[in-house]
Design a protein around this ligand. Structure first.
Ligand code: GLN
Length: 247
């Protein structure tokens, strides 16, 4: 399954988050430690998303991250205080291509999904029926992760609390498609929402930053987030709560 990370804090270079640390996301693309049976390498593309103001910017490629000749210079020259990045191992049967690679984006939000929805799309038709036709036609790619994002995005647009929306959608999807693996990350550059739903996630908090990552990298100080948790954070706050049915 994919690996992803998000960071909120003082501006840092993208390279210092994604490329330079020991066991960085870059290394996790070919040598991940904890895939829990969901594949072996993350070579089906990668994406970086970051904020310099309210609107996120993305750089996505549908090639293994280690083949990108421009990335070192690019990532070394961009500084941001809010970053979301992912490397993809496409689920069997899902399409290949840049549009299927996280981060997905809408307005000022970025989104990533580590996992799979068994039986998608048939298993989740009931949820699809609730979406406006335009949202379905505008899916970034015909892939479970983009659909999950469309469900969440639709409710965010209605002004609901992001953490509530993410928890509710994850629980609904799993109830229709049991055995779903739904580790998601979403940020608007100020707040960060994440779930653990059968995949790994770690968090590292300092006095002025939060980093979450599928696998720990770089400096010490990581704590594993328990499975079936909802994490809501800003650069200076962190709340981790058990999700429904897991209390
Ligand atoms: N199911 C998603 C995809 O195909 C995410 C895959 C993953 O986490 N490996 O892209």
């Amino acid at each position: 399954m994919c690996r992803h990370l998000a960071y909120l804090g003082p501006p840092v270079t993208l390279a210092s988050l994604v490329l330079e640390p020991t066991h960085s996301l870059y290394e996790q693309s070919w040598a991940p430690d904890d895939m829990r049976g969901g594949g072996t390498v993350n070579a089906d593309g990668f994406g970086l998303g970051w904020y310099t103001d309210d609107t996120p910017i993305r750089y996505r490629r549908n090639a293994p991250i280690w083949t990108d000749q421009n990335l070192v210079e690019l990532a070394g020259s961009i500084r941001s205080g809010a970053v979301l990045a992912a490397v993809r191992n496409g689920t069997v049967g899902m399409p290949y291509g840049e549009a299927a690679v996280a981060p997905f984006k809408a307005g000022n939000w970025l989104f990533s999904h580590n996992g799979r929805i068994p039986g998608w799309p048939d298993s989740t038709l009931k949820l699809a029926e609730r979406l406006p036709v335009a949202d379905l036609l505008q899916l970034e790619a015909p892939v479970d992760s983009a659909f999950l994002w469309a469900l969440i995005r639709h409710q965010l647009n209605e002004g609901r609390q992001p953490a509530d929306v993410v928890a509710e959608v994850v629980e609904e999807v799993d109830s229709l498609a049991p055995g779903s693996r739904l580790n998601v990350l979403a940020t608007d550059g100020e707040q960060l929402i994440a779930t653990t739903w059968t995949h790994s996630l770690w968090v590292r908090q300092t006095s002025d930053s939060i980093t979450v990552s599928s696998e720990p990298f770089g400096a010490d100080g990581w704590t594993e987030v328990p499975d079936h948790s909802l994490l809501a954070a800003t650069a200076t706050t962190l709340r981790i709560t058990p999700m429904e049915g897991q209390l």
